[in-house]
Write a protein that binds this ligand. Sequence first.
Ligand code: NG6
Ligand code: CA
Length: 501
Amino acid sequence: MFKKLALALALSLTQGLSAATEKPNILIIYADDIGYGDLSCYGGTGAQTPFIDRLANDGIRFSSGYASAATCTPSRYSLLTGEYAFRNKSAKILPGNAPLIIDPAKPNIASFMKDAGYITALVGKWHLGLGLSDGSFDWNSNIKPAPRELGFDYSFYMAATGDRVPSVYIENSEVVDLDPSDPIKVSYAKPVGTEPTGISHPHLLTVQADVQHAGTIVNGISRIGTMTGGHAARFKDEDMADTYLNKAIDFINKSKDQPFFMYFAAHDNHVPRRPHPRFQGSSSLGPRGDAIVQFDWTVGKLIKTLKANKMYRNTLIILSSDNGPVLFDGYWEGSEARNGDHKAAGPFRGGKYSLWEGGTRMPFIVSWPGKIQSGTSSALISQVDIFASIATLIGKDLPKSASPDGQNMLPALMGKSPVGRDYLVEEALSQVALRMGDWKYIPPGTVTERGGLDEWIKTPVHPPGMLFNLADDPGETNDLSKQHPKKVKAMLAILKKEAPS
Ligand code: NG6
Ligand code: CA
């Protein structure tokens, strides 16, 4: 009798466990504009990130993990669809009133996970457009198609970026706290309304901005674009990290009976950098570093929530960023002056907007304490692979049209194999380059990167292009194209095939 009971118990335990481990919770934590060298576990010195360092310690820290592009919209597009963003001509940095650029009729990672029995959520920055392009879109009624139509059961987000109007949150299909008698209008072309802007009322600003960021003033900060109405709905930048975190915590707490998939897309450390005052002075870098510390703290709280729910061991966490770092990005916040020796892009050249490695080489950490041994990996992997890899993980076939560019990198992501992709395409401002093995090839054209305050550096790339050996030369300073013409030819041919212009 006792034996039988014990056997039954053991059996149900193993069955329960295997059912649970087959479908782990999946949490993608996506930072904004945090560079390869910004986190202390990647050698960052200006801001300490103890919670992320511990996550990396529990899991695998990748040294060749990539965002698909050096700006936000295209990287996010690739992450959610498994398609290189250069295949979609609309996948460029979008204004706040752009139509949705992901086709709800095609599978994406959220719809796929929902179909697989997951409860799905988006919390944070969206920046992939909303509504249709036929002029029917209205901020004041049902916002559609939106993340919900793409398969997110729950969504709490801002439309674009912190520095673009409308400066409001949206929950599912409605602007949060919208007063119908104060409707929202948004424009990026001809200004709407008569509210103070950075140009008309510069004395109201709490931070000076460049001319592109000189639109409507919200919370003392002028934004890109103009808006009227929605006064009760406008967000306070200082509370944004806490607001997103609390929504994510609520979602996790409510997801006990069903595995969850959450895409948590933080604002930090995009501009405007207004971390909560309790983080003020927490780094040596000024607001930019304080926002990194705030991001780290947020990660710590998410992990604490998982642990409190006994979910941590059965949650696959992927932490990365959408593009490389930038110090000055429109507001005089003092990031240049305060940077000191901190190397935001680590050993790499360039950063946000740039085809140099700093644009797309990202911090990339994967943790699943129940399943993954800790370590580091130099496997070549891209965020475009996450969709296909997760599909393999949960054992569900990808629909035919899904994830055209993603490869199953599960063995590499789980630390079971040191081998990743043979090659991948890097994109910056619609230009492309190829990483293959240790080599990087940049075709003829121009490489753009942010210079000092409000400046751009443009480096011409003459035929036959530039070739670097990243193992010896991570800073891309020594062009070897003349020494290796065959390699140049072979890599150009692959690039032409992968990314026909
Ligand atoms: C640029 C903005 C920059 C930032 C970026 C988007 C100007 C001059 N610069 O156009 O401040 O908002 O778009 O960043 O307007 S991203 O991380 O979302 O791609
Ligand atoms: Ca970004």
